[in-house]
Design a protein around this ligand. Sequence first.
Ligand code: FES
Ligand code: FES
Length: 185
Amino acid sequence: MTIPILTHRLTLRINGRDYGPIDAPPEMMLIDVLHEYLGLTGTRFGCGQGVCHACTVIVDGDGGPREVRSCITGAHWFAGKRIRTVEGHAKRDDSGKIVQLSPVQQAFLDHFSFQCGYCTPGFVNAATVLMEKLAQSPIAADEVEATITDALNPHLCRCTGYVRYYQAVKELVLKTPGLVREKAP
Ligand code: FES
Ligand code: FES
């Protein structure tokens, strides 16, 4: 006897493109849908328990961008929402070939921020959300380090290369116009 698997129809908007409809079990987590149904394997499965943040994706909404852990958040929760994954950051040509990394990706490369790179998609998304939030709401120069720590702290790197991630984001924040408030004269 074959036991039927209950599935629900699901369409997801990811990196500006609609994927689906697919038939996905209602309890399936987003990361499994990304990997098993959509071929978007850049999002990393680390702990699978909501601790390491390697699986972070970005959800854009009225309150601005925010990070969501795709290993503990059901795929159906994302229906009707706008998702960004690490595959969506770089600029691509018409054939899909990457022609320019995002500023955050380039900064991590320039600073040799990662070793194995397993945590990198999560760090890219965290730093991207931070940059976008600062563009909307700039901070004072003396708040930069603490703000970066708050943003990146939840992300674990098993290779322990934290320093260069933090250095890369700090340099990028300081050199990007409009993220840090000018001192009052
Ligand atoms: S894999 Fe999702 S938080 Fe670790
Ligand atoms: S670079 Fe290996 S886990 Fe972070």
